[in-house]
Design a binder for this molecule. Structure first.
Ligand code: LFR
Length: 489
């Protein structure tokens, strides 16, 4: 199978081979990704370039080995607009565009925060699809030119197979679709000026969308099936998580850190709304009760800034400098609006500390330490909130994704949460993507079966918590900062 996994920073095509017990992965090709401002000033993705990369790697792979099926997962919330003839109206916009901050404010004013949250139980956040669509409707003619909207993974499935459907986990990131009832929030959309005629048919993960068609069929993939995995990368990562304890916490750690628990059904209450916890649709009727934490994005942007200033450091070097600094000297709310847009992140971290009366970190190590500690503390708050709203304290944490390799962050996470932290697999998303294809192909029975295969295919690294009152105090301090920032929002 080919698992195509596209992230905000890079994309890759992974070859996945199953021998009946283990899933072996091997990266067939990797390529960069990133949003940039287009001529009209909007931050957009270069979808045409991504498609060229994906097609070339898939064709190269098919030249050396038969590909039974292909499935694509990507970051959530963004969408492509398809014209009647099936072509893209334009390149998709990126959720980090500042227009979404304004649109969120307008939407809250117009219908109220409760209504926005209640529609799908998705945390109210600037990045949500609903705010981009609202701005499209109010300030552009994009929607007038479109017949349907597809989430980004579905755009690729459309290019591969011609299908014009969206997959349910991808749809659920829109904040306009409830995966448990299968309903689009038509009334809310119309009230916000978003034409609901754009909403596509929704299919479950594991749906066979047909054989590869078009030019790729001529490049060795004519017999390859297009099977939609959980199109949302976070859903795929959690499918590929070998939970150490039932009801344990997952952290899918990449550009974002998605922190929460898997449940049988959504939990949409006054408590989850107050805690701003999200209910995203998962595989086979599961729900992820989670919060988006700003994640490694902050360090990625710091690294880019340091490089621009002449310090060309890799992540391991940055982590080493951070580890040499004392813990918990200064703390920031990584989820503050300050850190959402691309830019000079070290300066923003320093400005945040100065504004809140914390010691201002100086130099690479101190800034990175502040970010790492602050991430771990943000995870701790989610664990506390989830325990509170579900009435159940989780017993362990599993970290997957590229961030699973970050030892300093993993130990800080154990110390901050007081829970054992198990790291791996770094490739959970590709495993989850390929695993759902395997279930659809009849090679695996179900999610539990798949997780057994993931566990058999992975070596985990574990970190035990070291009890310390300093982390409790810092968590309380972060709680205060979050409340201040929310009031200012
Ligand atoms: C992670 C992720 C998150 C989503 C964010 C924006 O890659 O998909 O789940 O909230 O990106 O799309």
């Amino acid at each position: 199978m080919a698992a195509v996994d596209l992230g905000a920073e890079s994309g890759r095509v992974v070859r996945a081979a199953f021998d009946g017990e283990r899933l072996a992965l091997d990266v067939a090709g990797r390529f960069p990704n990133g949003a940039r401002p287009f001529a009209d000033g909007l931050l957009r993705w270069d979808l045409d370039a991504l498609w060229t990369h994906v097609s070339d790697v898939l064709a190269g792979l098919a030249a050396s080995t038969p590909v039974a099926s292909v499935g694509v997962d990507t970051w959530g919330v963004d969408y492509g607009l398809l014209a009647a003839d099936g072509s893209l109206v334009d390149q998709p916009t990126c959720y980090r565009d500042p227009r979404q901050v304004r649109a969120m404010r307008e939407a809250v004013e117009r219908v109220g925060a409760d209504r926005l949250y209640g529609a799908a139980g998705i945390q109210t956040m600037e990045i949500n699809t609903v705010f981009a669509l609202m701005d499209d409707a109010a300030r552009t003619d994009r929607l007038d030119r479109a017949e349907t909207m597809l989430m980004i993974p579905d755009v690729f499935h459309h290019l591969l197979s011609g299908a014009r459907v969206t997959e349910s986990t991808a749809a659920s990131t829109s904040a306009l679709y409830r995966s448990d009832t299968g309903q689009w929030a038509v009334d809310l959309a119309e009230e916000l000026g978003i034409p609901s005629r754009l909403f596509p048919e929704v299919v479950p993960a594991g749906t066979d969308l047909g054989a590869v068609t078009g030019p790729l069929a001529e490049r060795g993939l004519g017999r390859t099936r297009v099977i939609t995995p959980t199109g949302h990368d976070t859903a795929a990562a959690v499918v590929g998580t070998p939970f150490a304890t039932p009801g344990g916490v997952f952290i899918s750690s990449g550009t974002w850190s998605l922190v929460g628990v898997e449940r049988d059904q959504p939990l949409i209450t006054a408590g989850t709304a107050a805690a701003n916890l999200t209910n995203e649709g998962g595989y086979d009727g599961t729900t992820r009760l989670l919060r988006n934490v700003m994640g490694l994005w902050v360090l990625q942007q710091c690294r880019a800034q340091w490089r621009a200033e002449g310090h060309d450091l890799d992540y391991a070097q940055i982590a080493e400098l951070a580890a040499a600094e004392p813990a918990l000297r200064s703390v920031v709310n990584v989820n503050a609006q300050d850190f959402l847009a691309p830019g000079d992140m070290p300066a923003r971290v320093q400005a945040y500390c100065a504004r809140h009366g914390d010691p201002v970190p100086q130099g690479v190590g101190a800034v990175a330490r502040c970010v790492v500690d602050s991430l771990a503390l943000a995870y701790r708050l989610v664990v506390d909130d989830v325990a509170e709203v579900t009435g159940r304290r989780p017993g362990s944490v599993n970290v997957t994704g590229g961030g699973a390799n970050h030892r300093l962050l993993a130990q800080a996470t154990a110390d901050a949460t007081g829970l054992p932290v198990h790291c791996g697999p770094a490739e959970a998303t590709a495993l989850g993507n390929a695993g759902v294809q395997l279930i659809a192909l009849g090679e695996l029975a179900d999610l539990a079966d798949l997780r057994r295969v993931v566990a058999a295919s992975t070596e985990l690294r574990s970190h035990e918590p070291r009890a310390s009152a300093a982390w409790d105090d810092a968590a309380a301090r972060l709680r205060g900062l979050v409340e201040e920032d929310d009031r200012a929002r």
